[in-house]
Design a protein around this ligand. Structure first.
Ligand code: ZN
Length: 373
């Protein structure tokens, strides 16, 4: 067996462990009964530990060192090796105990968040959040010297991104968009009160499925379920799952989460299966991922042509609420600008503020400005 095939074999084994964890995570957010929480956190931590041991093995390290100077490899193979070697060196900075502790804390924090949300009680979530932030600050130290500690975490999502660059970007966004939102607020507003009437859950569910089918989402390589926070997850390019959130008093939540998550899912379903487990079979960065969901949401989902094709069906489905609504009113409602508290159903313009505020909060947490040291 060639060194490269051996490398592929190890990488696929690591992917098997990671995707098995993803299945357990998906279940945790969709179907798991609440009493299953403690053992689930333990199961995920065990798998994270096994994955970490495989990802930092001497065997893999030796192979990567040999392959990194192998001139017979194709360009794609060289790129995979370069990326895997970088990941290998990053993984080596963690102890298995830390990886397990972090995984367990993430599960417990998620479970506490879900309970706190249902009971509208931040106090249930606060101690877990505090513990998670403490671990994340430790993680920044483990990962080494960066101009800003938050860079270490940012890099896991957006390789090469720097806090300093984002500060410039967000200052620019803030300066221009705050004025723009104020200008819009000073004008007569579009009406969207008909979006907040009573919309039957089952009918919404079916409409969402139809939107996904229309986008080209492959239901033989995926499925949709309900969750507290809409998300997309995948266990390979052949099994990419989306979730949605249905609010009977707000039709926006289903529409935007289906189109947005559908955009994420199309990206994952389009990844090459033959590259499973290798960097070339994975998404390139979360910025690119989000560009796909936001492209569908804003450039397609809020366009005139999109609703020309879909409004009649929506109107017939919910004739009790929409019979007297004209196409023009509806199209305007789809493009309303109105600050709100929920990012996933925010409009095209104020959505940016949700991201900006999140960045500011996370940066302050990591700098230790929002927690006791
Ligand atoms: Zn997204």
């Amino acid at each position: 067996m060639s060194n490269y095939s051996e490398y592929q074999g190890i990488m696929r084994k690591i992917a098997d462990i990671q995707y098995a964890s993803a299945v357990l995570n998906w279940d945790q957010e969709t179907y798991m009964p609440s009493k299953g929480a403690a053992f689930r956190a333990q199961q995920l931590a065990t798998l994270a530990g096994i994955g970490h041991e495989l990802s930092t093995s001497i065997e893999l390290g030796n192979l990567l060192t040999k392959l990194s100077v192998d001139t017979t490899l194709t360009e794609k193979e060289k790129r995979n090796i370069k990326q895997s070697l970088k990941n290998y060196n990053d993984n080596k900075k963690y102890s298995t105990e830390f990886v397990q502790e972090l995984s367990k804390t993430i599960s417990e924090t998620f479970q506490a968040w879900q309970k706190a949300k249902t009971e509208n009680n931040f106090g249930l979530f606060a101690p877990f959040l505090e513990k998670l932030v403490k671990l994340k600050r430790e993680e920044c130290k483990l990962l080494g010297d960066f101009p800003h500690p938050y860079d270490a975490l940012l890099n896991q999502y957006e390789p090469g991104a720097k806090t300093a660059d984002l500060e410039v970007l967000f200052t620019d966004v803030r300066n221009q968009l705050v004025t723009f939102v104020k200008q819009i607020a000073a004008k007569p507003q579009n009406k969207d009160n008909f979006m907040f009437l009573n919309y039957d859950r089952e009918k919404q569910w079916q409409f969402g499925l139809d939107l996904l089918k229309q986008m080209g989402y492959d239901f033989e390589a995926g499925r949709q379920d309900a969750s507290s926070h809409p998300f997309t997850t995948n266990f390979s390019a052949q099994d990419v799952r989306v979730t949605t959130r249905i609010n009977e008093k707000d039709l926006n939540e289903m529409i935007w989460s289906c189109i947005h998550e559908g955009g994420h899912a199309l990206y994952e379903q389009g990844l090459p299966s033959e590259e499973y487990g290798l960097p070339s079979g994975e998404y390139i960065s979360l910025g690119i991922h989000e560009s796909q969901s936001r492209l569908w949401e804003n450039n397609v989902g809020r366009s005139l042509s999109y609703w020309k094709a879909n409004f009649k069906t929506l109107q017939q489905t919910f004739s009790e609420n929409l019979a007297s609504i004209t196409f023009e009113d509806f199209y305007k409602a789809m493009n309303i600008v109105k600050p709100s508290l929920i990012r996933t159903s925010a409009d095209e313009l104020t959505y940016h503020f949700h991201v900006l505020i999140r960045f500011e909060i996370e940066k302050a947490l990591i700098e230790g400005r929002l927690v006791e040291r």
